[in-house]
Structure formats: structure tokens, C-alpha cells
Design a protein around this ligand. Structure first.
Ligand SMILES: [Zn+2]
Length: 181
């Protein structure tokens, strides 16, 4: 594997996990689409019994962290995660790097979506915090409870996306732009 971060991910998966798919996982192997990576995190989508699931595996230090949007996959280790790992080890080339777009390159609404997808709400809240703006005060400014903002943030990290996610990111960007100086 050419990419060192993905090489490390593959190494840890081989060390830590049984890399033969179980019966339930086998039918998802090779069925992933929109397969991407950023750093040492791989992401794929797969059609399951109840819709399309977003499945991801990443390195957290030297440990594996995985999650899936299916009903049992919040903390990973479901058969979709198993299948994603096997798919990745078999054919790492299908995972394409997510290009991060710069603000200067945003020309239209399609670019804006890609730009927002390129950052997590957690990243944005960290940026706000570094400018002295707490998540609590940001939440209050946008008329949202801090609990709700926290829930939207954590859900994104577990591949469960609130409908308000994009709008919340936009609001954070606006606050950063106008008050984060
Ligand atoms: Zn799953």
C-alpha cells in the first residue's frame, strides 16, 4: 500500500481482527460504494436491510475505532464493519482520498456542500473554542440547546447525521467568520 497511513491501518486491522468475513458479512464484501479516505479513516456506503449505511474504520492512536449507521453498529463491530475491513484489505485502491476544498475555491452551492462535508462539526467547534467562543455560547447564539449541539456533533462522528448538520456547520462558519478574529 503506497499511502503510509492506510498501510498502518491495514497492518492494525490484520493484527487485531479476524479478517475472514462471517456469513452475514460475506454478502457485503465488495459491495461498498462512495469509498473514500481521509488520513487513516476509511469510509464506505453499503445497501443493507434497512437502507444505505455509512460505515467507517479509523485509527485512534494504535487502536481501531469503527462505526456504522445500522441499528447495532454505533460502536462498530457489526457485519458491515467486518465487510468494510475485508473489502479494504482485498482492494485498497478503490478508496479515494477526500479532497479538502478551500474556502477560496467555493464558487457555487455544489462546492459548498463538498466544503462542509470536508470538515466535521467537532473540527468547527474546536476552531471556535480556539478563538475563545465556547460551544455553549455558539449554541445559544443560534437558538439551539447546548445538549442538542453536542448530540449533533457526536452523531456525526458515529455516522448518524442529523438533518440539521449542514445548517449547524454553516452557522458555526458564520460565527467564525464574523466573531472569530
Ligand atoms: Zn452495521
Amino acid at each position: 500500500m503506497e499511502n503510509p497511513e492506510l498501510g498502518q491501518l491495514a497492518k492494525v486491522i490484520r493484527q487485531e481482527w479476524l479478517c475472514t468475513p462471517g456469513d452475514k458479512a460475506a454478502r457485503y464484501v465488495g459491495k461498498f460504494f462512495d469509498t473514500t479516505y481521509r488520513g487513516s479513516k476509511i469510509i464506505g456506503r453499503v445497501v443493507g436491510n434497512h437502507g444505505t449505511y455509512i460505515v467507517s474504520i479509523q485509527l485512534d492512536g494504535n487502536k481501531l475505532d469503527s462505526t456504522c449507521s445500522c441499528y447495532i453498529g454505533k460502536h462498530g463491530y457489526c457485519h458491515h464493519v467486518n465487510a468494510l475491513a475485508v473489502t479494504f484489505l482485498k482492494d485498497p485502491g478503490i478508496f479515494k482520498e477526500i479532497e479538502t476544498r478551500q474556502w477560496e475555491d467555493v464558487r457555487g452551492l455544489d462546492d459548498l456542500k463538498a466544503y462542509l462535508d470536508g470538515m466535521t462539526l467537532e473540527d468547527l467547534l474546536k476552531q471556535l473554542k480556539s478563538k475563545g467562543i465556547t460551544a455553549k455560547s455558539a449554541a445559544e447564539a443560534m437558538g439551539m440547546s447546548p445538549q442538542k449541539l453536542g448530540a449533533i456533533k457526536r452523531s456525526e462522528l458515529r455516522n448518524r447525521h442529523f438533518n440539521e448538520l449542514g445548517a449547524t456547520k454553516l452557522a458555526c462558519l458564520w460565527i467564525l467568520e464574523h466573531f472569530g478574529r
